[in-house]
Design a protein around this ligand. Sequence first.
Ligand code: 0A1
Ligand code: ZN
Length: 870
Amino acid sequence: MLDIQTSSAQPTATPHVTRREDYTAPDWLVPEIALDFALDPAATRVKATLHVQRSDAHDRPLRLDGAGQTLLSVSVDGVAVNDWTIEGETLVLPLTGSAHVVETEVEIAPERNTQLMGLYASGGNLCTQCEAEGFRRITYFPDRPDVLSRYQVRMTADKARYPVLLANGDPIAAGDLPDGRHWAEWRDPFPKPCYLFALVAGDLAVNRGSFTTMSGREVALGIWVRAADVPRTDHALAALKAAMAWDEQTYGREYDLDVFNIVAVDDFNFGAMENKGLNIFNSRYILADPDTATDYDYDGIAAVVAHEYFHNWSGNRVTCRDWFQLSLKEGFTVYRDQCFSADQGSAAVKRIEDVRGLRAAQFPEDAGPLAHPIRPDSYQEISNFYTATIYNKGAEIIRMLATMLGAQAFRAGTDLYFDRFDGTAATCEDFVASLEDASGTDLTQFRRWYSQAGTPRITASLLHHKGSGRAELVLAQNTPPTPGQTVKQPVVLPLRIKLFGADSAQPYAPEQTVLLTEAEHRIVFEDVRERPILSINRGFSAPAILETDRSAADLAFLAAQDDDPFARYEALQQLMLDTLVESAGGARVDHAAVIAAIGGTLANPQLDRAFVAEAVLLPSESFIGDQMAVVDPEAIFRARETLRRDIGRALEASWRAAYDGARATTTGYVYSPEAKGLRRLKSVALGYIAASGAADAGALAFAQFEAADNMTDRQSALTTLVAGDSAQRTPALDIFYNRYSDNALVLDKWFSVQAMAPRDDTGAVVAELAQHRDFTLSNPNRARALIGAFGVNQRAFNAADGSGYRFLADQLIALDRLNPQTAAKLIPPLGRWKRFDSNRAALMRAELERIVAVPGLSKDMAEQASRSLD
Ligand code: 0A1
Ligand code: ZN
């Protein structure tokens, strides 16, 4: 544990830094391991039998990582030994031969494990989480992803309490024991790193399914949950089957075991985990029925089920050599799940949602104190690197490769990659080299994306000489400095571009993909007879910030005419953004152009309703803030509310027509792209009707709230009511609470809706909710529902008196004692201090300093909080 000196707020011990360039291959391999668990929540005994092999001619001892367990015995080749030592928490064992059998026995206490890493208890069941370095909390082992072993696992447990015993691979035997206990054995034939190990012991019921693979093998599928939740697992099971079929069709990847099990648990630090043949999920990404889950939840479930399933190839069959390569599996797998979701519904809406997510989480990360490349060079605590950069920017990098290579060559590249590296621990370089070899494309410069942090800024300006018919597009790129990386090189930016004629509204030529590789680049178009309008970065083909000199009229034109749905969305967003930034900066701004563009979009019958609903939404307060030199949360809030009100009023009849139209066409809950689009539009329209100040808005929202036959409609009505001050506000919150008080996932929504409310009293309400009897820091979902949601409510969190900062710091200090990983993830809102005025910046820094000074602070938190101060 890091030793912190309270007086100076400086760590006395230098934290250990792991560096990518220091990688060395393992000294000892462990081709086989047998584990024997005597499961008990208070005291579980773990016997591990490791068949170890010296990797080459060296005389170094065997070093086994450990953390937090009690070592009971060590033996080598069947003989108890005591010449081992413990260095820090590492078990060091001198060995003489080239191969030995090493046995250890340890004791651990799953019920006292609040950090939810290793073996822990959740809802009366026992489960594991080993990525990244949790296996060392279960037994002594070389806890690094490049040591691959075949696992055989035996579990014994009380049969009444834990009737179901699951582990990786296939079940091989089970039986009863005399004292009310029973046992089961599982074997996983595929060598895997220990971060993919999993077991579950619990009182679980199963929804079974089956899938026939492309070579005709039958796979038994099982989704394991508490008995009452089985009816909520059909959507996840359907998504799993769809994902299995999609990976065969799209990447030629077939599943490889006879069983595939998923277990849902309520206490989980992330979304889910891809353990071989036994995925463990946060229950929020499994459980859904129309009454308790929104369309958004349904989409999230399908995406995460697919993501974890896709890891079977991109992550498990080919794993990572070391944790610096994390984006090798995560960036690629996110890209795969994004494409899967796009294929299930509206690809345009999916792209819009993904870009919105990237801008909300990753762009600020890349512009702030925690910026890092998708392949970092160093870390103190690897858990802190499960970031939007590794995952979402990582996916954008893969997407650019797919765009540049084209579908066929990209597929040839991934085939080659899977062939070459199946059964091994690979690097990002291995992936890029496979694509390069299969496609014949030189990716030398492209590799900069792996080592350079920061979001590139592109400026584009289009000049036209009417007389000569010549148009010239001047492109320039520049990546601002990030901590530790002051000098930036130009990166490869594939920009999908098209020009439209301002008068004819016809495209000048088919779309082209321009590769911007230099700091500056000019492209000449000949024979351009009418004034051209630039459509650029179509489909968001490059993850960059774009600045153009396009006028409001040109943006309005593109919002109405562009044939690329993303570019169309983007043009309208840019129009709104320009208006909002100007008005937040104090200018008096005319809202007519925005209103007209929104009105046109709303009235266009050709457009998919889901697209319309996304396109007419105003940019978020924090995205507006990202465009300003100094974020002024109050001014942004006012500018946005004023524009919302004006849009609501000016188009009130259209909103009502859209609302009534959508309401009339949705009867009974159907989860289809069309029905989702209508519900979404209905909720957006309701929001604008309320924003207009219409006297009946409260009654309208309450009627929807009460009549709803699904959570999408009910939650959107509640959100609208909570934002306002109607008489129905408090009754709705109470009804919602009482109706769902026994459903943790829905209660999370009750907390979040209040924490995200655009209201003057949100800070006070959130402080009170933290004292609510249903609030607990021990459940990560609940902690995120209140504290996480509050942290992204820009105006409430950044209250000028610093009360929001103090509240967050208090909560994080408390949470850190229980669950450092989840606590450290919630730090970023405090790290944005450089973006605010000096008063707020000082208040934020003071809270970060207070956190850093806490005695016994976790390594996770110490790293994130101290980096946030730089
Ligand atoms: N590999 C998982 C993410 C994950 C990482 C760490 C965890 O530890 C608490 C849990 C899950 C994924 O990409 O889904
Ligand atoms: Zn993943």
